[in-house]
Design a protein around this ligand. Structure first.
Ligand code: FEO
Length: 406
């Protein structure tokens, strides 16, 4: 059983748990340094509050830490800055032990929690003007949706300038020192923080800037994150600068760029390519950059990068045995509607038997919430007339992109 607690300020304690063994988080995030589930106990002169909880398999350790300071029955409030189960996982046990507890969370947070604990509970909906007095300390709240869930909010104690931001500024890093000022492997930690940012915050860059503006309007003595180190004042300016840099929104391309990743089994889809490119160039009167990638010869990361930088993209897709081929699917399942959606996109290709590949790729582009044009396909080798149709197809796609850019 983990026993350590850590006093951050008078009567404000870190009561989180450390998971050294975590290797993968939320299925997709690799956590080579393990992680922590940070939670906090605030003991006021009149009332007490817990801020966030631990993942369900650490409930016993987490609750034991609190009970080493104060009986659970004496806790008045549970603040949930975010209800993803790595932070709400101990709530059910906590409510069973103290059913008088009042949960404070955003409206989406309370709605989520109802379906997570399946128990009745007292609640207060957090709002910007809500103040909860603990006696000598006050809990105030800032709604920060999309960082990284719609429910996310920050909690701030104006008397001590303590700020609690849950995943914002977090990192999967099993760190026993608790506070950032005694961190020995700063470069390694910043690497973990950057990876965490890329996994969670990349789709929400505008929201990141809004949150940083809000934080900069406050005096902050430390930031209680939900994973990794508590960021104290010696690292805070650097953390803010790193987040500003990572959340930079790329400038618009000076010359429009169209990416065309493709596969071609017999060379027929490849024969279509220069004609499609010609059509795109005609639409832009030559003032366009067209980048073509053979998906068999190019790394997926390079193609994803090109698509993200592009103003629109076309997939050239063959069909084998009634389906698009694996390199195409690997690419399309690496894109995400929230991160990548909204771009002009289309699909074309040659097929031999029944030609499902183009149709299925078109469906996937719809799932990705791309702005699609009609698909275009031909059977086996393009004829002279069909090559002219390729030019027309490329031109109509180019004009579609141009209209989106205007
Ligand atoms: Fe650490 Fe979004 O939960």
């Amino acid at each position: 059983m983990q026993k350590d607690i850590y006093p951050l300020q008078k009567d404000i304690y870190w009561v989180g748990v450390i998971d050294q063994t975590l290797g993968v988080f939320d299925i997709t995030e690799f956590t080579e340094f393990g992680s922590t589930y940070n939670a906090y106990l605030v003991v006021g002169s009149e009332k007490s509050a817990i801020i966030d909880t631990a993942k369900v398999n650490f409930s016993e350790d987490f609750l034991a830490k609190i009970e080493s300071i104060i009986p659970l029955s004496k806790i008045d409030y549970l603040v949930l800055n975010h209800t993803e189960p790595d932070h709400s996982g101990s709530v059910q046990t906590l409510l069973e032990k103290n059913p008088h507890l009042t949960v404070i969370s955003s409206a989406p947070g309370l709605s989520n929690l109802k379906e997570i604990v399946n128990l009745p509970f007292h609640s207060i909906r957090a709002k910007e003007d809500l103040e909860i007095s603990l006696g000598d300390k006050t809990l105030t709240f800032s709604l920060q949706p999309n960082l990284h869930w719609p429910d996310t909010m920050f909690t701030y104690i104006p008397e001590t300038h303590a700020l609690f931001t849950c995943d914002f500024f977090g990192a999967h890093y099993a760190y026993e020192g608790v506070v950032s000022s005694v961190m020995k492997n700063a470069d390694e930690y910043i690497g973990a923080m950057k990876y965490y940012f890329e996994c969670l915050m990349t789709p929400f860059k505008k929201d990141v800037h809004r949150a940083l503006d809000w934080i900069e309007s406050k005096e902050v003595s430390f930031v209680g994150t939900s994973h990794g180190a508590v960021i104290d004042d010696r690292f805070l300016d650097q953390a803010k600068a790193l987040y500003r840099a990572w959340a930079e929104i790329p400038a618009r391309n000076e010359i429009p760029m169209i990416a065309i990743p493709y596969t071609s089994v017999y060379g027929y889809t490849r024969q279509m390519l220069p004609y499609v490119v010609k059509g795109v160039q005609e639409a832009f009167e030559g003032k366009v950059q067209v980048e073509v990638y053979d998906l068999v010869e190019t790394t997926r990361e390079d193609v994803i990068q090109a698509i993200r930088q592009s103003d629109g993209f076309l997939i050239g897709s063959t069909t084998i045995l009634g389906d698009a081929v694996k390199p195409v699917w690997d690419l399309l399942t690496s894109l995400n509607p929230q991160i990548d959606g909204g771009k002009p996109a289309g699909v074309f290709g040659s097929y031999g038997w029944s030609g499902e590949g183009v149709k299925y790729v078109q469906d996937r582009l719809g799932q990705l919430k791309m702005k699609t044009v009609e698909p275009f396909r031909i059977r086996f080798q393009p004829s002279t007339e069909q090559l002219e149709e390729c030019v027309a197809y490329g031109k109509s796609f180019g004009e579609f992109v141009k209209n989106q850019l205007n």
